[in-house]
Design a protein around this ligand. Structure first.
Ligand code: SF4
Length: 246
Protein backbone atom coordinates (compact mmCIF):
# COMPACT_ATOMS: atom_id res chain seq x y z
CA UNK A 1 0.00 0.00 0.00
CA UNK A 2 1.48 3.36 -0.99
CA UNK A 3 2.07 6.18 1.49
CA UNK A 4 -0.51 8.30 -0.35
CA UNK A 5 -3.23 5.64 -0.02
CA UNK A 6 -2.46 5.09 3.68
CA UNK A 7 -2.78 8.88 4.19
CA UNK A 8 -6.12 8.88 2.34
CA UNK A 9 -7.42 5.96 4.39
CA UNK A 10 -6.57 7.87 7.54
CA UNK A 11 -8.43 10.92 6.21
CA UNK A 12 -11.53 8.81 5.54
CA UNK A 13 -11.34 7.41 9.08
CA UNK A 14 -10.84 10.88 10.56
CA UNK A 15 -13.78 12.40 8.70
CA UNK A 16 -16.02 9.46 9.74
CA UNK A 17 -17.44 8.97 6.26
CA UNK A 18 -19.22 5.78 5.29
CA UNK A 19 -17.20 5.23 2.11
CA UNK A 20 -13.82 3.62 1.74
CA UNK A 21 -11.05 5.51 0.01
CA UNK A 22 -11.31 3.09 -2.94
CA UNK A 23 -15.03 3.81 -3.29
CA UNK A 24 -14.50 7.58 -3.29
CA UNK A 25 -11.75 7.23 -5.88
CA UNK A 26 -14.01 5.05 -8.05
CA UNK A 27 -16.89 7.54 -7.86
CA UNK A 28 -14.68 10.35 -9.13
CA UNK A 29 -12.95 8.14 -11.68
CA UNK A 30 -16.35 7.48 -13.22
CA UNK A 31 -17.26 11.18 -13.22
CA UNK A 32 -13.95 11.88 -14.98
CA UNK A 33 -14.77 9.37 -17.71
CA UNK A 34 -18.32 10.65 -18.14
CA UNK A 35 -17.14 14.27 -18.49
CA UNK A 36 -13.37 14.48 -19.03
CA UNK A 37 -13.16 18.28 -19.34
CA UNK A 38 -16.29 19.95 -17.96
CA UNK A 39 -16.63 23.70 -18.42
CA UNK A 40 -18.61 26.51 -16.84
CA UNK A 41 -21.99 27.24 -18.43
CA UNK A 42 -21.33 30.96 -18.06
CA UNK A 43 -20.05 32.85 -21.10
CA UNK A 44 -16.99 35.05 -20.57
CA UNK A 45 -14.06 36.40 -22.53
CA UNK A 46 -11.43 36.97 -19.84
CA UNK A 47 -10.90 36.68 -16.07
CA UNK A 48 -12.68 39.98 -15.43
CA UNK A 49 -15.81 39.04 -17.39
CA UNK A 50 -15.80 35.63 -15.68
CA UNK A 51 -15.77 37.40 -12.32
CA UNK A 52 -18.66 39.68 -13.31
CA UNK A 53 -20.65 36.75 -14.71
CA UNK A 54 -20.21 34.75 -11.50
CA UNK A 55 -21.26 37.74 -9.36
CA UNK A 56 -24.35 38.18 -11.55
CA UNK A 57 -25.22 34.47 -11.34
CA UNK A 58 -26.18 34.50 -7.64
CA UNK A 59 -29.72 33.12 -7.34
CA UNK A 60 -30.11 33.29 -11.14
CA UNK A 61 -29.64 30.69 -13.87
CA UNK A 62 -26.48 30.76 -15.97
CA UNK A 63 -28.65 30.97 -19.11
CA UNK A 64 -30.29 34.21 -17.91
CA UNK A 65 -26.89 35.66 -17.06
CA UNK A 66 -25.54 34.78 -20.51
CA UNK A 67 -28.45 36.62 -22.11
CA UNK A 68 -27.71 39.89 -20.32
CA UNK A 69 -23.93 39.70 -20.50
CA UNK A 70 -23.83 39.22 -24.27
CA UNK A 71 -24.20 42.95 -24.93
CA UNK A 72 -22.74 44.10 -21.63
CA UNK A 73 -19.39 42.39 -22.28
CA UNK A 74 -19.25 43.76 -25.84
CA UNK A 75 -19.41 47.23 -24.33
CA UNK A 76 -17.33 46.61 -21.23
CA UNK A 77 -14.85 43.73 -20.97
CA UNK A 78 -12.54 45.58 -18.58
CA UNK A 79 -13.16 47.36 -15.26
CA UNK A 80 -12.28 50.77 -16.74
CA UNK A 81 -14.94 50.39 -19.43
CA UNK A 82 -17.51 49.13 -16.91
CA UNK A 83 -16.97 52.24 -14.82
CA UNK A 84 -17.58 54.44 -17.85
CA UNK A 85 -20.95 52.70 -18.27
CA UNK A 86 -21.73 53.73 -14.70
CA UNK A 87 -24.00 52.11 -12.15
CA UNK A 88 -27.12 53.12 -14.09
CA UNK A 89 -25.71 51.84 -17.37
CA UNK A 90 -24.83 48.47 -15.82
CA UNK A 91 -28.29 48.28 -14.22
CA UNK A 92 -29.90 48.98 -17.58
CA UNK A 93 -28.21 45.96 -19.15
CA UNK A 94 -28.90 43.49 -16.35
CA UNK A 95 -32.52 44.37 -15.54
CA UNK A 96 -33.75 40.99 -16.71
CA UNK A 97 -32.05 39.07 -13.88
CA UNK A 98 -32.93 38.85 -10.21
CA UNK A 99 -31.46 41.29 -7.69
CA UNK A 100 -30.29 43.52 -10.54
CA UNK A 101 -30.08 46.70 -8.46
CA UNK A 102 -27.79 45.19 -5.83
CA UNK A 103 -25.77 43.38 -8.50
CA UNK A 104 -25.27 46.58 -10.54
CA UNK A 105 -24.05 48.30 -7.40
CA UNK A 106 -21.65 45.45 -6.60
CA UNK A 107 -20.26 45.22 -10.14
CA UNK A 108 -19.60 48.96 -10.20
CA UNK A 109 -18.03 48.90 -6.73
CA UNK A 110 -15.87 45.89 -7.49
CA UNK A 111 -14.57 47.58 -10.65
CA UNK A 112 -13.60 50.64 -8.59
CA UNK A 113 -11.77 48.40 -6.12
CA UNK A 114 -10.02 46.41 -8.87
CA UNK A 115 -8.67 49.66 -10.30
CA UNK A 116 -7.80 51.26 -6.97
CA UNK A 117 -6.22 48.22 -5.31
CA UNK A 118 -5.18 45.77 -7.99
CA UNK A 119 -4.19 47.80 -11.06
CA UNK A 120 -7.34 46.70 -12.89
CA UNK A 121 -6.40 43.01 -12.61
CA UNK A 122 -8.41 40.28 -10.89
CA UNK A 123 -6.33 39.02 -7.93
CA UNK A 124 -5.53 35.31 -7.67
CA UNK A 125 -5.87 34.74 -3.93
CA UNK A 126 -9.03 33.87 -2.03
CA UNK A 127 -8.37 36.50 0.63
CA UNK A 128 -8.02 39.30 -1.92
CA UNK A 129 -10.96 38.16 -4.03
CA UNK A 130 -13.17 38.13 -0.95
CA UNK A 131 -12.43 41.81 -0.33
CA UNK A 132 -14.31 42.63 -3.56
CA UNK A 133 -17.97 43.72 -3.27
CA UNK A 134 -20.36 40.86 -4.08
CA UNK A 135 -17.63 38.21 -3.83
CA UNK A 136 -18.04 35.58 -1.12
CA UNK A 137 -16.12 32.35 -0.59
CA UNK A 138 -18.10 30.40 -3.20
CA UNK A 139 -17.55 33.01 -5.93
CA UNK A 140 -13.86 33.28 -5.00
CA UNK A 141 -13.52 29.49 -5.26
CA UNK A 142 -15.14 29.48 -8.71
CA UNK A 143 -12.72 32.14 -9.97
CA UNK A 144 -9.68 30.43 -8.46
CA UNK A 145 -10.72 27.12 -10.00
CA UNK A 146 -11.73 28.21 -13.50
CA UNK A 147 -9.47 31.20 -14.10
CA UNK A 148 -6.39 30.25 -12.11
CA UNK A 149 -6.50 26.45 -12.22
CA UNK A 150 -6.57 26.00 -8.45
CA UNK A 151 -8.22 22.81 -7.09
CA UNK A 152 -10.89 24.60 -5.07
CA UNK A 153 -14.37 23.35 -4.21
CA UNK A 154 -17.14 25.94 -4.68
CA UNK A 155 -20.05 24.50 -2.72
CA UNK A 156 -23.39 25.50 -4.23
CA UNK A 157 -26.84 24.16 -3.42
CA UNK A 158 -26.31 20.97 -5.49
CA UNK A 159 -22.97 20.13 -3.91
CA UNK A 160 -24.25 20.86 -0.43
CA UNK A 161 -27.18 18.51 -1.01
CA UNK A 162 -25.04 15.72 -2.50
CA UNK A 163 -22.43 15.89 0.24
CA UNK A 164 -25.13 15.36 2.84
CA UNK A 165 -27.42 13.01 0.92
CA UNK A 166 -24.73 10.58 -0.20
CA UNK A 167 -22.99 10.85 3.15
CA UNK A 168 -19.47 11.47 1.94
CA UNK A 169 -19.27 15.08 3.09
CA UNK A 170 -22.04 15.84 5.50
CA UNK A 171 -22.06 19.23 7.15
CA UNK A 172 -24.35 21.91 8.44
CA UNK A 173 -22.73 24.69 6.42
CA UNK A 174 -21.22 24.95 2.92
CA UNK A 175 -17.87 25.56 4.63
CA UNK A 176 -18.03 22.21 6.47
CA UNK A 177 -18.98 20.36 3.27
CA UNK A 178 -16.18 22.11 1.36
CA UNK A 179 -13.60 21.17 3.96
CA UNK A 180 -14.59 17.49 3.92
CA UNK A 181 -14.76 17.25 0.13
CA UNK A 182 -11.31 18.77 -0.28
CA UNK A 183 -9.99 16.18 2.20
CA UNK A 184 -11.57 13.07 0.71
CA UNK A 185 -11.43 13.68 -3.06
CA UNK A 186 -8.16 12.38 -4.53
CA UNK A 187 -5.92 15.25 -5.68
CA UNK A 188 -5.99 14.11 -9.29
CA UNK A 189 -9.77 14.69 -9.46
CA UNK A 190 -10.09 17.91 -7.45
CA UNK A 191 -9.71 20.33 -10.35
CA UNK A 192 -12.98 19.28 -12.00
CA UNK A 193 -14.78 17.81 -8.99
CA UNK A 194 -17.06 20.77 -8.38
CA UNK A 195 -18.25 20.76 -12.01
CA UNK A 196 -18.97 17.02 -11.83
CA UNK A 197 -20.92 17.30 -8.61
CA UNK A 198 -22.94 20.29 -9.84
CA UNK A 199 -23.89 18.49 -13.07
CA UNK A 200 -24.68 15.27 -11.21
CA UNK A 201 -26.91 17.24 -8.84
CA UNK A 202 -28.56 19.20 -11.63
CA UNK A 203 -29.46 16.26 -13.88
CA UNK A 204 -29.35 13.03 -11.88
CA UNK A 205 -29.38 13.35 -8.12
CA UNK A 206 -31.88 16.22 -8.19
CA UNK A 207 -33.37 17.95 -5.19
CA UNK A 208 -36.91 16.62 -5.60
CA UNK A 209 -36.49 13.55 -7.79
CA UNK A 210 -33.53 11.22 -7.94
CA UNK A 211 -32.85 9.56 -11.30
CA UNK A 212 -31.07 6.51 -9.89
CA UNK A 213 -31.63 4.48 -13.09
CA UNK A 214 -29.56 7.09 -14.99
CA UNK A 215 -26.84 7.18 -12.32
CA UNK A 216 -23.33 5.91 -13.05
CA UNK A 217 -22.54 5.52 -9.34
CA UNK A 218 -25.76 3.74 -8.33
CA UNK A 219 -23.85 0.64 -7.12
CA UNK A 220 -21.53 2.70 -4.92
CA UNK A 221 -24.02 5.24 -3.58
CA UNK A 222 -25.04 4.83 0.07
CA UNK A 223 -27.87 7.35 0.11
CA UNK A 224 -30.97 6.07 1.91
CA UNK A 225 -33.11 7.68 -0.81
CA UNK A 226 -31.55 5.44 -3.52
CA UNK A 227 -34.03 3.50 -5.67
CA UNK A 228 -31.70 1.43 -7.85
CA UNK A 229 -28.31 -0.26 -7.43
CA UNK A 230 -27.35 -0.98 -11.02
CA UNK A 231 -25.03 1.67 -12.48
CA UNK A 232 -25.92 3.32 -15.78
CA UNK A 233 -23.46 2.78 -18.68
CA UNK A 234 -20.22 4.66 -18.25
CA UNK A 235 -19.92 6.59 -21.49
CA UNK A 236 -18.68 10.08 -22.24
CA UNK A 237 -21.28 12.84 -22.37
CA UNK A 238 -20.42 15.77 -24.64
CA UNK A 239 -20.81 19.25 -23.17
CA UNK A 240 -22.70 20.02 -19.98
CA UNK A 241 -26.00 18.47 -21.03
CA UNK A 242 -27.98 15.75 -19.30
CA UNK A 243 -26.92 12.13 -19.79
CA UNK A 244 -29.91 10.01 -20.78
CA UNK A 245 -29.41 6.28 -21.10
CA UNK A 246 -32.84 4.73 -20.67
S1 SF4 B 1 -28.01 6.35 -6.88
FE1 SF4 B 1 -29.68 7.84 -6.73
S2 SF4 B 1 -29.39 8.78 -4.73
FE2 SF4 B 1 -27.46 7.81 -5.26
S3 SF4 B 1 -26.24 9.38 -6.30
FE3 SF4 B 1 -27.32 8.25 -7.85
S4 SF4 B 1 -29.18 9.44 -8.22
FE4 SF4 B 1 -28.36 10.09 -6.21
Amino acid sequence: MTEKVIKSLKVCKDTKIIYGVDEIAEIFRRFSIQRPTPKSDLNYTNVFTLLVAVVLSAQTTDASVNKVTKKLFCLADRPEKMIILGKEGIAHHIRAIGLWRAKAHNVYALCCRLIDQYGGQVPDSREELMTLPGVGRKTANVILNIAFGQPTMAVDTHIFRLGNRLGFASGKTPGEVEEKLVKIIPDCYLQYAHHWLILHGRYICKARKVECVQCIIADLCKATIKTNAVPAPLVEVKGNGAPVFF
